[in-house]
Write a protein that binds this ligand. Structure first.
Ligand code: SF4
Length: 242
């Protein structure tokens, strides 16, 4: 019993943070800003380390979906559809996601410039406005700060809802296959490792090549490598279950 407990690391419990985040946003929308941690940390780690440490260890949402699907047995555990794993869908969803993020930033700018008034609502699935006014009581901060919070919380809630649906329908972490953050960090890792490899080649091997860089950027199966990395969490999960 004790042996099992000692195996856990502090980051194994970050799924609790995901629940706390949405709970806080239910009472005060300003806590939505804390979601920027989940937005920036994976990008910084991918840019500095050139790997997906965040996805593999630190992502509370990925852990939460895993527990809902596996621990709580709320997943049909069916294979993730091939079209969902395909490159066009993953990159297409990333472009769509970034476009929606841009719209959210534009709305924030409209409020900041006085061209629009604050909308105290959470937009679900980019289409349905749900009144959320009780979470904001005004204050010393300008309205655009709250507008960004409503918009960011909308994105976080929408992506989690989609993640829950595909968790129930398919494998517990099917969301990770096309998660925009996962796709984005994957691209950053590939770019970073490619430039590191080029630098190493230019310096005739004097400069250390990051571990995995060659695998990530060489060979005819570069895209296949990317696909494999994208579904890595699911593969890990399958391994755990077997
Ligand atoms: S792919 Fe997305 S949800 Fe999955 S672990 Fe990475 S950041 Fe988290």
């Amino acid at each position: 019993m004790n042996k099992a407990i000692r195996r856990f690391k502090w980051y194994d419990f970050l799924w609790i943070w995901s629940i706390v985040y949405f709970a806080l946003g239910f009472f005060n929308i300003m806590f939505a800003w804390l979601g920027m941690i989940d937005f920036l940390v994976p990008i910084v780690i991918a840019a500095i380390k050139g790997d997906k440490f965040f996805c593999n260890k630190l992502c509370g949402r990925g852990q939460l979906l895993h527990h809902i699907g596996t621990t709580c047995k709320c997943s049909r555990n069916k294979p993730t559809p091939r079209w969902m794993v395909s490159k066009w869908f993953r990159y297409g969803f990333l472009i769509f996601f970034l476009a929606m993020f841009g719209v959210m930033v534009f709305q924030t700018w409209m409020v900041a410039s006085g061209a629009a008034s604050l909308k105290e609502a959470v937009r679900l699935l980019w289409a349905f406005d749900v009144p959320w006014g009780w979470t904001y009581r005004g204050g010393v901060l300008p309205d655009w700060v709250a507008q960004f919070a409503f918009g960011f919380y909308s994105i976080m809630l929408t992506s989690t809802l989609i993640g829950l649906v595909v968790t129930v329908l398919f494998k517990p972490r099917s969301w990770c296959v096309f998660c925009p953050m996962g796709t984005m960090t994957q691209l950053i890792c590939r770019l970073r490792n490619r430039s590191a490899l080029k630098r190493a080649e230019a310096s005739d091997g004097a400069e250390a090549v990051p571990e995995g860089a060659k695998d990530a950027v060489t060979g005819s199966d570069t895209e296949a490598s990317s696909d494999q990395d994208a579904i890595q969490p699911i593969r890990q999960e399958s391994a755990e279950q077997s």
